[in-house]
Design a protein around this ligand. Structure first.
Ligand code: IPM
Ligand code: MG
Length: 353
Protein backbone atom coordinates (compact mmCIF):
# COMPACT_ATOMS: atom_id res chain seq x y z
CA UNK A 1 0.00 0.00 0.00
CA UNK A 2 0.94 3.67 -0.37
CA UNK A 3 0.28 6.21 2.36
CA UNK A 4 1.06 9.86 2.94
CA UNK A 5 2.10 10.47 6.55
CA UNK A 6 2.73 13.89 8.09
CA UNK A 7 5.54 14.05 10.64
CA UNK A 8 5.18 16.78 13.28
CA UNK A 9 8.17 16.38 15.60
CA UNK A 10 7.31 19.49 17.65
CA UNK A 11 9.20 20.58 20.73
CA UNK A 12 11.32 19.30 23.63
CA UNK A 13 11.92 15.55 23.38
CA UNK A 14 9.48 15.39 20.41
CA UNK A 15 12.20 15.43 17.72
CA UNK A 16 14.31 12.86 19.60
CA UNK A 17 11.56 10.28 20.01
CA UNK A 18 10.26 10.99 16.51
CA UNK A 19 13.68 10.25 15.00
CA UNK A 20 13.56 6.73 16.44
CA UNK A 21 9.92 6.29 15.46
CA UNK A 22 10.61 7.25 11.86
CA UNK A 23 13.57 4.85 11.70
CA UNK A 24 11.34 2.03 12.92
CA UNK A 25 8.62 2.99 10.43
CA UNK A 26 11.10 3.00 7.55
CA UNK A 27 12.29 -0.43 8.59
CA UNK A 28 8.70 -1.71 8.61
CA UNK A 29 8.24 -0.24 5.12
CA UNK A 30 11.33 -2.05 3.87
CA UNK A 31 10.31 -5.36 5.44
CA UNK A 32 6.72 -5.23 4.21
CA UNK A 33 7.10 -3.50 0.83
CA UNK A 34 4.64 -0.72 1.71
CA UNK A 35 5.42 2.81 0.53
CA UNK A 36 5.11 5.50 3.14
CA UNK A 37 5.66 9.04 1.93
CA UNK A 38 6.76 11.06 4.97
CA UNK A 39 6.38 14.87 4.94
CA UNK A 40 7.61 17.09 7.76
CA UNK A 41 5.52 19.93 9.14
CA UNK A 42 5.83 22.54 11.87
CA UNK A 43 3.70 22.68 15.01
CA UNK A 44 3.83 24.11 18.53
CA UNK A 45 6.76 26.20 19.74
CA UNK A 46 8.88 25.28 16.71
CA UNK A 47 6.12 26.66 14.47
CA UNK A 48 5.72 29.81 16.61
CA UNK A 49 9.44 30.50 16.25
CA UNK A 50 9.38 29.97 12.47
CA UNK A 51 6.03 31.52 11.53
CA UNK A 52 4.49 33.23 14.57
CA UNK A 53 1.66 30.65 14.61
CA UNK A 54 1.34 27.38 16.53
CA UNK A 55 -0.55 25.59 13.74
CA UNK A 56 0.37 27.26 10.43
CA UNK A 57 -1.80 26.89 7.32
CA UNK A 58 0.85 24.82 5.53
CA UNK A 59 0.75 22.28 8.36
CA UNK A 60 -3.04 22.26 8.33
CA UNK A 61 -3.26 21.48 4.60
CA UNK A 62 -0.54 18.85 4.79
CA UNK A 63 -2.30 17.10 7.71
CA UNK A 64 -5.68 17.28 6.01
CA UNK A 65 -4.50 15.46 2.91
CA UNK A 66 -2.51 12.82 4.83
CA UNK A 67 -3.69 9.34 5.74
CA UNK A 68 -2.22 9.83 9.19
CA UNK A 69 -0.31 12.37 11.26
CA UNK A 70 2.47 11.51 13.69
CA UNK A 71 3.18 13.99 16.47
CA UNK A 72 6.07 14.06 18.97
CA UNK A 73 5.19 16.66 21.63
CA UNK A 74 4.54 20.38 21.95
CA UNK A 75 5.34 23.04 24.54
CA UNK A 76 8.18 24.25 26.72
CA UNK A 77 9.23 27.04 29.08
CA UNK A 78 10.27 29.28 26.17
CA UNK A 79 6.61 29.66 25.19
CA UNK A 80 4.91 29.31 28.61
CA UNK A 81 4.29 32.94 29.49
CA UNK A 82 0.65 32.92 30.66
CA UNK A 83 0.14 36.20 28.87
CA UNK A 84 1.63 35.12 25.54
CA UNK A 85 -0.66 35.77 22.58
CA UNK A 86 -0.10 32.27 21.21
CA UNK A 87 0.84 29.02 22.94
CA UNK A 88 2.23 25.76 21.52
CA UNK A 89 -0.55 23.68 23.12
CA UNK A 90 -3.13 25.67 21.18
CA UNK A 91 -1.49 24.36 18.01
CA UNK A 92 -2.15 20.80 19.14
CA UNK A 93 -5.76 21.58 20.07
CA UNK A 94 -6.28 23.27 16.68
CA UNK A 95 -4.81 20.23 14.95
CA UNK A 96 -7.13 17.85 16.85
CA UNK A 97 -10.07 20.05 16.00
CA UNK A 98 -9.09 20.50 12.31
CA UNK A 99 -8.88 16.72 11.85
CA UNK A 100 -12.01 16.20 13.98
CA UNK A 101 -10.22 13.39 15.82
CA UNK A 102 -12.76 13.14 18.59
CA UNK A 103 -11.90 9.59 19.70
CA UNK A 104 -8.66 9.35 21.63
CA UNK A 105 -7.69 5.76 22.40
CA UNK A 106 -5.11 5.22 25.12
CA UNK A 107 -4.32 1.55 25.79
CA UNK A 108 -2.90 0.83 29.23
CA UNK A 109 -1.69 -2.76 29.53
CA UNK A 110 0.88 -3.88 32.08
CA UNK A 111 3.78 -6.17 31.22
CA UNK A 112 5.54 -8.28 33.87
CA UNK A 113 8.95 -7.04 32.69
CA UNK A 114 7.95 -3.52 33.73
CA UNK A 115 6.31 -4.30 37.09
CA UNK A 116 9.47 -3.17 38.85
CA UNK A 117 9.24 0.28 37.21
CA UNK A 118 5.75 0.91 38.64
CA UNK A 119 5.18 2.31 42.14
CA UNK A 120 2.33 -0.19 42.59
CA UNK A 121 2.77 -3.67 44.04
CA UNK A 122 3.15 -6.42 41.39
CA UNK A 123 0.00 -8.21 42.58
CA UNK A 124 -2.06 -5.13 41.67
CA UNK A 125 -0.53 -5.00 38.20
CA UNK A 126 -1.31 -8.53 37.12
CA UNK A 127 -3.79 -8.77 34.18
CA UNK A 128 -4.26 -5.03 33.81
CA UNK A 129 -5.48 -4.36 30.28
CA UNK A 130 -7.42 -1.11 30.02
CA UNK A 131 -8.44 0.93 27.00
CA UNK A 132 -9.22 4.53 27.88
CA UNK A 133 -11.48 6.16 25.28
CA UNK A 134 -11.12 9.88 25.85
CA UNK A 135 -13.41 12.40 24.10
CA UNK A 136 -10.88 14.74 22.50
CA UNK A 137 -12.55 17.65 20.74
CA UNK A 138 -15.10 18.94 23.24
CA UNK A 139 -15.55 19.99 26.85
CA UNK A 140 -13.70 22.74 28.66
CA UNK A 141 -10.72 22.46 26.29
CA UNK A 142 -12.81 23.89 23.47
CA UNK A 143 -15.55 25.88 25.23
CA UNK A 144 -15.81 29.64 25.44
CA UNK A 145 -12.85 31.13 27.30
CA UNK A 146 -12.41 34.49 28.92
CA UNK A 147 -9.93 36.10 31.27
CA UNK A 148 -9.82 39.50 32.93
CA UNK A 149 -7.33 40.42 35.68
CA UNK A 150 -9.95 39.39 38.27
CA UNK A 151 -11.91 36.53 36.78
CA UNK A 152 -11.65 33.77 34.23
CA UNK A 153 -13.81 31.10 32.69
CA UNK A 154 -13.51 27.94 30.59
CA UNK A 155 -16.97 26.79 29.64
CA UNK A 156 -17.50 23.02 29.61
CA UNK A 157 -20.24 22.02 27.20
CA UNK A 158 -21.21 18.85 25.38
CA UNK A 159 -23.85 18.09 22.77
CA UNK A 160 -25.81 14.86 22.41
CA UNK A 161 -24.04 14.27 19.09
CA UNK A 162 -20.59 14.54 20.67
CA UNK A 163 -21.50 12.19 23.51
CA UNK A 164 -23.22 9.63 21.30
CA UNK A 165 -20.37 9.32 18.85
CA UNK A 166 -17.72 8.72 21.53
CA UNK A 167 -19.94 6.23 23.38
CA UNK A 168 -20.44 4.35 20.11
CA UNK A 169 -16.69 4.04 19.58
CA UNK A 170 -16.33 2.80 23.17
CA UNK A 171 -19.15 0.30 22.60
CA UNK A 172 -17.61 -1.03 19.39
CA UNK A 173 -14.21 -1.44 21.01
CA UNK A 174 -15.58 -3.03 24.19
CA UNK A 175 -17.43 -5.56 22.03
CA UNK A 176 -14.07 -6.75 20.69
CA UNK A 177 -12.57 -6.92 24.19
CA UNK A 178 -14.00 -8.19 27.48
CA UNK A 179 -17.35 -6.47 27.05
CA UNK A 180 -17.30 -4.01 29.96
CA UNK A 181 -17.58 -0.22 29.79
CA UNK A 182 -16.90 2.07 32.71
CA UNK A 183 -18.28 5.51 31.93
CA UNK A 184 -16.50 8.06 34.10
CA UNK A 185 -18.19 11.35 34.93
CA UNK A 186 -19.00 13.80 37.72
CA UNK A 187 -22.77 13.46 37.49
CA UNK A 188 -23.21 14.40 41.16
CA UNK A 189 -22.07 17.94 40.31
CA UNK A 190 -21.94 18.67 36.58
CA UNK A 191 -24.77 19.07 34.09
CA UNK A 192 -22.57 17.87 31.22
CA UNK A 193 -21.98 14.67 33.18
CA UNK A 194 -25.70 14.21 33.86
CA UNK A 195 -26.41 14.50 30.13
CA UNK A 196 -23.50 12.10 29.45
CA UNK A 197 -24.85 9.55 31.92
CA UNK A 198 -28.43 9.72 30.56
CA UNK A 199 -27.22 9.20 27.01
CA UNK A 200 -24.97 6.29 28.04
CA UNK A 201 -27.94 4.65 29.80
CA UNK A 202 -30.00 4.95 26.62
CA UNK A 203 -27.44 4.20 23.96
CA UNK A 204 -25.30 1.37 25.33
CA UNK A 205 -28.13 -1.07 26.23
CA UNK A 206 -29.98 -0.23 22.99
CA UNK A 207 -27.04 -0.54 20.61
CA UNK A 208 -24.76 -2.89 22.52
CA UNK A 209 -27.06 -5.15 24.56
CA UNK A 210 -24.29 -7.62 25.34
CA UNK A 211 -22.07 -5.08 27.07
CA UNK A 212 -21.92 -4.42 30.79
CA UNK A 213 -22.15 -0.68 31.55
CA UNK A 214 -21.09 0.81 34.86
CA UNK A 215 -20.91 4.47 35.87
CA UNK A 216 -18.20 5.85 38.10
CA UNK A 217 -17.44 9.32 39.42
CA UNK A 218 -14.07 10.66 38.35
CA UNK A 219 -12.80 11.04 41.91
CA UNK A 220 -13.66 7.42 42.70
CA UNK A 221 -12.16 6.32 39.38
CA UNK A 222 -8.76 7.80 40.28
CA UNK A 223 -8.87 5.71 43.45
CA UNK A 224 -10.09 2.44 41.89
CA UNK A 225 -7.49 2.77 39.15
CA UNK A 226 -4.89 2.26 41.85
CA UNK A 227 -6.76 -0.12 44.17
CA UNK A 228 -8.18 -2.52 41.55
CA UNK A 229 -6.86 -1.62 38.07
CA UNK A 230 -7.45 -5.12 36.68
CA UNK A 231 -11.22 -4.67 37.11
CA UNK A 232 -11.39 -2.14 34.24
CA UNK A 233 -11.81 -2.98 30.57
CA UNK A 234 -12.90 0.06 28.51
CA UNK A 235 -13.09 3.41 30.28
CA UNK A 236 -14.96 6.12 28.37
CA UNK A 237 -14.85 9.69 29.56
CA UNK A 238 -14.83 13.36 28.65
CA UNK A 239 -11.80 15.32 27.53
CA UNK A 240 -10.42 16.73 30.80
CA UNK A 241 -11.13 13.64 32.92
CA UNK A 242 -9.45 11.48 30.27
CA UNK A 243 -6.39 13.70 30.25
CA UNK A 244 -5.93 13.36 34.00
CA UNK A 245 -6.86 9.70 34.28
CA UNK A 246 -4.39 8.59 31.60
CA UNK A 247 -1.41 10.26 33.24
CA UNK A 248 -2.34 8.41 36.41
CA UNK A 249 -2.89 5.15 34.50
CA UNK A 250 0.53 5.42 32.88
CA UNK A 251 2.13 4.71 36.23
CA UNK A 252 0.67 1.20 36.11
CA UNK A 253 2.90 0.60 33.08
CA UNK A 254 6.00 1.99 34.72
CA UNK A 255 6.35 5.26 32.85
CA UNK A 256 4.47 7.75 30.73
CA UNK A 257 7.21 7.17 28.20
CA UNK A 258 5.72 3.76 27.38
CA UNK A 259 2.21 4.90 26.49
CA UNK A 260 0.93 5.52 22.96
CA UNK A 261 -2.29 7.09 21.75
CA UNK A 262 -4.46 7.11 18.66
CA UNK A 263 -6.92 9.91 17.91
CA UNK A 264 -9.44 8.96 15.26
CA UNK A 265 -12.11 10.72 13.27
CA UNK A 266 -15.17 9.29 11.55
CA UNK A 267 -13.10 8.14 8.55
CA UNK A 268 -10.52 6.46 10.77
CA UNK A 269 -7.90 8.94 9.65
CA UNK A 270 -5.86 9.71 12.65
CA UNK A 271 -3.36 11.57 14.71
CA UNK A 272 -0.88 9.43 16.63
CA UNK A 273 1.15 10.72 19.55
CA UNK A 274 2.73 9.39 22.73
CA UNK A 275 0.80 10.56 25.79
CA UNK A 276 3.89 12.15 27.34
CA UNK A 277 4.63 15.82 26.90
CA UNK A 278 7.70 17.66 25.66
CA UNK A 279 9.66 17.01 28.92
CA UNK A 280 11.84 20.14 28.59
CA UNK A 281 13.98 19.08 31.57
CA UNK A 282 15.40 16.14 29.62
CA UNK A 283 15.14 17.53 26.08
CA UNK A 284 18.26 17.36 23.90
CA UNK A 285 19.96 14.84 26.20
CA UNK A 286 19.19 11.70 24.19
CA UNK A 287 17.71 10.00 27.27
CA UNK A 288 13.95 10.11 26.56
CA UNK A 289 12.04 6.86 26.08
CA UNK A 290 11.02 6.46 22.42
CA UNK A 291 8.70 3.48 23.11
CA UNK A 292 5.51 5.57 23.43
CA UNK A 293 6.24 7.10 20.03
CA UNK A 294 7.07 3.77 18.39
CA UNK A 295 3.95 2.17 19.89
CA UNK A 296 1.89 5.12 18.58
CA UNK A 297 3.22 4.26 15.11
CA UNK A 298 2.00 0.70 15.67
CA UNK A 299 -1.47 2.11 16.42
CA UNK A 300 -1.27 4.11 13.18
CA UNK A 301 -0.46 0.94 11.24
CA UNK A 302 -3.46 -0.75 12.85
CA UNK A 303 -6.16 1.91 12.81
CA UNK A 304 -5.44 4.23 9.88
CA UNK A 305 -3.53 1.96 7.50
CA UNK A 306 -5.21 -1.39 8.29
CA UNK A 307 -1.82 -3.12 8.64
CA UNK A 308 -2.57 -5.33 11.65
CA UNK A 309 0.32 -7.76 11.11
CA UNK A 310 2.85 -4.93 10.93
CA UNK A 311 1.31 -3.30 14.02
CA UNK A 312 1.60 -6.51 16.01
CA UNK A 313 5.18 -7.03 14.82
CA UNK A 314 6.16 -3.56 15.99
CA UNK A 315 4.44 -3.96 19.37
CA UNK A 316 5.96 -7.37 20.00
CA UNK A 317 9.39 -6.07 19.04
CA UNK A 318 9.18 -3.13 21.45
CA UNK A 319 8.20 -5.36 24.37
CA UNK A 320 10.77 -8.01 23.46
CA UNK A 321 13.46 -5.31 23.58
CA UNK A 322 12.20 -4.10 26.97
CA UNK A 323 12.05 -7.68 28.28
CA UNK A 324 15.61 -8.27 27.06
CA UNK A 325 16.67 -5.45 29.39
CA UNK A 326 16.98 -2.54 26.95
CA UNK A 327 15.78 0.30 29.19
CA UNK A 328 15.91 4.06 29.06
CA UNK A 329 16.28 5.94 32.36
CA UNK A 330 12.52 6.22 33.08
CA UNK A 331 12.17 2.41 33.25
CA UNK A 332 15.73 1.44 34.11
CA UNK A 333 16.56 -1.69 36.11
CA UNK A 334 18.16 -1.28 39.53
CA UNK A 335 21.96 -1.43 39.22
CA UNK A 336 21.90 -1.38 35.41
CA UNK A 337 23.00 1.71 33.49
CA UNK A 338 20.15 3.11 31.38
CA UNK A 339 20.53 3.33 27.61
CA UNK A 340 20.00 6.35 25.36
CA UNK A 341 17.01 7.17 23.17
CA UNK A 342 19.00 6.22 20.12
CA UNK A 343 20.30 2.92 21.52
CA UNK A 344 16.72 2.00 22.46
CA UNK A 345 15.76 2.76 18.85
CA UNK A 346 18.66 0.57 17.67
CA UNK A 347 17.41 -2.30 19.83
CA UNK A 348 13.91 -2.03 18.35
CA UNK A 349 15.23 -1.87 14.80
CA UNK A 350 17.54 -4.83 15.38
CA UNK A 351 14.56 -6.76 16.73
CA UNK A 352 12.52 -6.01 13.60
CA UNK A 353 15.18 -7.80 11.57
C1 IPM B 1 -2.22 15.14 26.35
C2 IPM B 1 -1.60 16.45 26.72
C3 IPM B 1 -2.35 17.59 26.04
C4 IPM B 1 -3.78 17.57 26.53
C5 IPM B 1 -1.72 18.98 26.19
C6 IPM B 1 -0.28 19.01 25.71
C7 IPM B 1 -2.52 20.04 25.51
O1 IPM B 1 -1.57 16.60 28.10
O2 IPM B 1 -2.28 14.82 25.13
O3 IPM B 1 -2.65 14.40 27.23
O4 IPM B 1 -4.08 18.15 27.59
O5 IPM B 1 -4.61 16.97 25.86
MG1 MG C 1 -2.18 14.87 29.14
Amino acid sequence: MKALITILAGDGIGPEVMREGVRALKRIARLSGHEFELCDGLIGGAAIDATGEAFPDDTRSLCKKSHAVLLGAVGGPKWSDPNAAVRPEQGLLDLRSALDVYANLRPVATHPALYDASPLKPEKLRDVDILVVRELTGGAYFGEKERTPDSAKDVCSYTRHEIERILRIAGQLAGKRRGKITSVDKANVMETSRLWRNIADELIPAEFPDLELEHMFIDAATMHLLSRPASFDVIVTENMFGDILTDEASMLCGSMGMLPSASLNQDRRGLYEPIHGSAPDIAGKNIANPCGMVLSIALMLRYSLGLEDEAVLLEKTVYAAVEAGHRTADVSLPGVAPISTQVMGDAIIAGLG
